[in-house]
Ligand binder design. Structure first.
Ligand SMILES: [Zn+2]
Ligand SMILES: [Zn+2]
Length: 369
């Protein structure tokens, strides 16, 4: 079969590799779609894990082989996969810190070599311990929607970490695919979202996703040539002034930082009310430090939180949100690349253009769409 093999930093090669052999406790899935995820991009760019590997973990496809001992699935079912599933028994799992569970840290989907997701290949093997993470895609939904379950789960998990009340004001800094998911999920829960981004096109979508206020650093000039956004909706002036005005001087109840920028972290932390929460979602690179007045945490009780990866127990909620299209992930997918162009897909995801959001590698032919 064809697979895109990671051979070193920024070195992805289309190669011929054996179709993985699944055993009696496993499934073999023919891949239709695999999303390009920032965590994989970092591994590829900075060679943080040794090659060779076949990446890609936001995978949806069709079951082609069901092991003799697997009871729950049948050949031909359209499914979305989760490459990490917690054991639900260990110390970390009992504390609901699923991403810290030793089993969870193992990758259970592979197309060969050290398991790394395998979605950038024609077929993947689903190991026994991630079978509970296999979700059927309803007939009316597409593989594209199925492939978004994993990233949406990571966002819902982060939202669940916040202690919010309906009507609270939340800043979502960065309206890339992840930031837009935050905007939508928070709006669905009745939060008033201030969405910020450098790009107007992203603010437009944040508006569609029910952000209450939009802010860009040059909001005022950009609105003149901006037919898509109702000009009244782009806030002018500094972000601090906007927060001051819309919260009547109280400050933000929470801020989500979905861009890996230190300046944004410190600005957002400064805009929180006492007792507010700052959640980091994009700081996945080790070694980044910041300077923080610790009395803002101790005396002002501003919580500093992080969230990483998915929460297995939210799987059904996520499937409902995506498949009902209350969170319409189709709006987020702007580019589909064929398997041979996976390297180009990763490159565009790493360096987004004005109109690029979620990028996927698609092996759907006309019949499977
Ligand atoms: Zn991912
Ligand atoms: Zn565990």
């Amino acid at each position: 079969m064809r697979a895109v093999v990671y051979r070193g930093a920024n070195d992805l090669r289309l190669e011929e590799v054996p179709v993985p052999r699944s055993n009696a406790n496993e499934l073999l899935v023919k891949v239709a779609v695999c999303g390009v995820c920032p965590t994989d991009i970092k591994k590829i760019q900075y060679a943080t894990v040794p090659p060779p590997r076949i990446f890609g973990h936001e995978t949806a496809g069709t079951i082609v082989t069901v092991g003799a001992k697997v009871k729950k699935f049948t050949v031909g079912e359209r499914v979305a996969l989760h490459h990490h599933v917690p054991c639900l028994n260990c110390h970390a799992c009992r504390h609901r810190a699923f991403a810290q569970c030793p089993q969870y840290k193992r990758t259970g989907i592979t197309a060969g070599f050290e398991p790394a997701g395998g979605g950038y290949a024609q077929y993947v093997r689903v190991l026994p311990f991630v079978l509970p993470g296999v979700v059927r895609i309803p007939a009316r939904n597409s593989f594209l929607e199925g492939a978004m379950l994993e990233p949406v789960n990571t966002v819902l998990k982060a939202v669940e970490r916040l202690s919010l009340l309906r009507g609270d004001t939340v800043l979502v800094a960065g309206q890339g695919p992840i930031g837009l998911m935050f905007t939508r999920l928070l709006a669905l829960r009745g939060m008033k979202v201030i969405a910020t981004d450098l790009l107007r096109s992203r603010l437009e979508l944040a508006q569609e996703f029910a952000a209450k206020w939009l802010w860009g650093p040059n909001g005022n000039q950009s609105k003149t040539h901006n037919p898509g956004v109702h000009s009244s909706r782009i806030e002018t002036g500094s972000l601090a002034n906007v927060v001051e005005r819309v919260t009547r001087g109280r400050g933000l109840d929470a801020a989500i930082v979905a861009v890996p920028l230190d300046t944004v972290v410190r600005e957002a932390q400064g805009l929180l009310r006492g007792g507010g929460q700052l959640l980091l979602f994009s700081h996945t690179r080790r070694g980044e430090n910041t300077c923080l007045d610790l009395a803002t945490v101790c005396v002002d009780e501003k919580d500093l939180l992080g969230s990483y990866s998915a929460d297995f127990s939210l799987q059904n909620d996520v499937a409902r949100l995506v498949f009902s299209r209350r969170l319409d992930v189709r709006r987020l997918i702007t580019h589909e690349f064929p398997l041979e162009q996976t390297a180009a897909a990763v490159k565009l995801a790493a360096h987004p253009s004005q109109n690029s959001l979620k990028i996927v590698v698609s092996q759907m032919d006309e019949n499977t769409k």
